[in-house]
Ligand binder design. Structure first.
Ligand code: TYD
Length: 205
């Protein structure tokens, strides 16, 4: 089987990270070699960009934020994602291009066509499968608050997170083959069962 590229997306506290183990357990069972990576911060330069991007003291415009996210992604694609796929390792990335459409497009309200043009220019690969973890922003923010110290995005108001959620759901409606929506407002066990089902269906395609 050709190595696959799977991405996890969703608003803050949507259960992406809790689901990761369920996904890697399934890959282990099938003896599939894979790497787990994330954005921002999936390359060594990316780690520095991540620190800048998440620091609540960083003051940057939405345009600069977009450029830093895209720089992080280009380096991540060149140094981590493509070399691993070429070696036959599946790549599981916690966030990818849909995050820029949802956060910088939806949240920061930058022009979506401009973001599409950048993505085309930078020649980013399209994931084979994307799991979108969805739940109301009120619930997600209350989960995030319970975790403690907030980063620059988590500190944004509810309306920002509502716009991100809506942007994600719009992308999902237009990409039903690639994006599978997981209801993360359910209890963890139910959510993990649904993740497992999506991955099993993907294997059987
Ligand atoms: P992270 O701690 O990884 O968030 P989470 O645990 O919720 O996945 O922080 C990444 C933050 O960066 C998150 O708030 C989303 C934001 N982000 C963007 O705004 N645009 C992007 O293109 C990416 C990849 C992330």
């Amino acid at each position: 089987m050709i190595a696959k590229f799977i991405t996890l997306e969703g608003i803050e506290g949507s259960g992406k990270t809790s689901s990761l183990k369920g996904i890697t357990d399934l890959l282990d069972k099938k003896d599939i070699s894979y790497i787990v990576t994330r954005e921002p911060g999936g390359s060594s330069i990316g780690k520095e960009l991540r620190a800048i991007l998440l620091d609540p003291d960083t003051k940057i415009s939405p345009e600069v934020e977009l450029m830093l996210m895209l720089s992080d992604r280009k380096d991540h694609v060149e140094k981590t994602i493509l070399p691993n796929l070429e070696k036959g390792n599946w790549v599981i990335s916690d966030r990818f291009m849909d995050s820029s459409f949802a956060y910088q497009g939806g949240g920061r309200q930058l022009d979506k066509n401009l973001i599409i043009s950048f993505a085309e220019y930078l020649n980013f690969p399209l994931p084979d499968l994307t799991l979108l973890f969805d739940l109301p922003a009120e619930i997600s923010l209350s989960r995030v608050m319970a975790r403690g110290k907030l980063d620059r995005f988590e500190k944004e108001e509810l309306e920002f997170h509502n716009r991100i959620r809506k942007a994600y759901l719009d992308i999902a409606i237009n990409n039903t083959d690639r994006i599978k929506v997981i209801d993360s407002s359910q209890k963890l066990e139910t959510m993990l069962n649904n993740v497992e089902k999506v991955i099993e269906d993907f294997f059987n395609e």
